[in-house]
Design a protein around this ligand. Structure first.
Ligand code: SAH
Length: 346
């Protein structure tokens, strides 16, 4: 039988205060519980030690806390930690802590599986099972913040929505999670330290621009030629580059926030001069920088990292035109924690 108890974290602070008033208690109990649930990250009602036993029992009788649990934690030789995170309904997603000398970054998931079908990504093979709730996204960040404090003696500095899933296909919940992460009642992190990475859903990019969100935007571009992009990212058929470009221009005009393009160079796919020329043209449209990501093989011979001279050709062309380009080496490869490798292998 399905439990009738409500998910307590679906309630706002005001609703929690009301609950206590309705049961004849003081409304400020709602504030205390809210603090336990979010900034203190309580997993159980028993742990809410400044509440009386009777109050904790009332909560227990009426609500559940659908907290995530870490099923398995793997540590890479480079310090990267990958968590297999179990959700209340038994499904599993993955999230990653990536330490560097200057920052610790959480890479979090936004969906179980993924709505999209990028041919080079392991997560795509899982298909989308469901969207994550705001609290399930928040919990991943809170868990990694705790890990960062205990393994690296410092709080989390950055968050990237580059784990499993397409964040813009679960936009409302991602936004609610970011509100909690940035709120002083949650983790109080600056939105400037958060990057949402998308394959590019033009309508939602415009909506975000209208809402004047303060986080950063990264777009997984991989090709600036429609035919090539549609081959490797089939959803491009419905959201062609012309629409994407227009939405990105709109984003920049509203937010003045420079866009990052993520780009992998593959042998025989996008390593020709015309691919580079198309990227240069795409980059001149809106202020941006390019991150060239190393390809992480996913047990599929169809994609291979391009030769070094092909990647260098991209770097030289971009730099000579005055564009900023970074080469991003992947971390945590030995534990399948790198970009595109998250697929619940365990
Ligand atoms: N759906 C979002 C976020 C998840 S993917 C998006 O598309 O941006 C995070 C990044 O990893 C994306 O830039 C994606 O294109 C890249 N990626 C996917 N598979 C990869 C692989 N096998 N090797 C390297 N990068 C990969």
């Amino acid at each position: 039988m399905k439990s009738k108890k409500k998910d307590i974290r679906a309630l706002t602070k005001e609703q929690l205060r009301q609950f206590f008033e309705e049961i004849g208690d003081k409304s400020f109990r709602g504030n205390q519980v809210y603090e336990w649930l979010w900034s203190k990250g309580a997993h159980t009602f028993e742990g809410m030690t400044n509440l009386s036993l009777a109050t904790r029992q009332v909560l227990q009788d009426n609500f559940v806390i659908n907290h995530i649990s870490v099923d398995q934690m793997q540590r890479s030789t480079d310090g990267t930690i990958k968590n297999a995170v179990r959700l209340h309904d038994g499904l599993v997603v993955e999230s990653v802590l990536i330490p560097t000398p200057t920052r610790t970054t959480a890479c979090v998931s936004s969906q179980v599986g993924c709505s999209l079908d990028c041919k080079f990504c392991a997560t795509a093979r899982l298909k989308r099972m469901r969207n994550l709730n705001p609290d399930e996204i928040y919990d991943q960040v809170k868990t990694i913040d705790n890990q960062s404090r205990s393994y690296h003696n410092r709080p989390l500095s950055n968050i990237v929505f580059m784990g499993m899933g397409e964040p813009l296909m679960n936009y409302n919940n991602v936004l609610k999670a970011i509100e909690k992460i940035t709120s002083p009642e949650g983790l109080g992190m600056s939105p400037k330290r958060i990057t949402v990475s998308t394959s590019g859903v033009p309508k939602i990019i415009k909506k975000m621009a209208d809402e004047e969100v303060k986080f950063k935007l990264a777009v997984s571009l991989h090709s600036a030629i429609d035919e090539v992009r549609t081959d490797i990212m089939p959803f491009n058929e419905n959201f062609p580059l012309s629409d994407l470009k227009e939405a990105l221009k709109y984003w920049y005009e509203k937010t003045k926030s420079r866009i990052t393009y993520e780009y992998v160079v593959w042998k025989g796919i996008n390593d020709r001069k015309q691919d580079i020329d198309a990227l240069l043209a795409f980059c001149s449209y809106v202020p941006c920088k390019v991150n060239l990501i190393e390809y992480n093989p996913i047990d599929d011979g169809a994609f291979q990292q391009a030769a070094k001279h092909s990647v260098d050709a991209y770097i030289n062309a971009l730099e000579s035109r005055g564009f900023v380009v970074n080469v991003r080496r992947s971390r945590g490869k030995d534990i399948d924690a790198a970009c595109g490798q998250l697929a619940n292998k365990t």
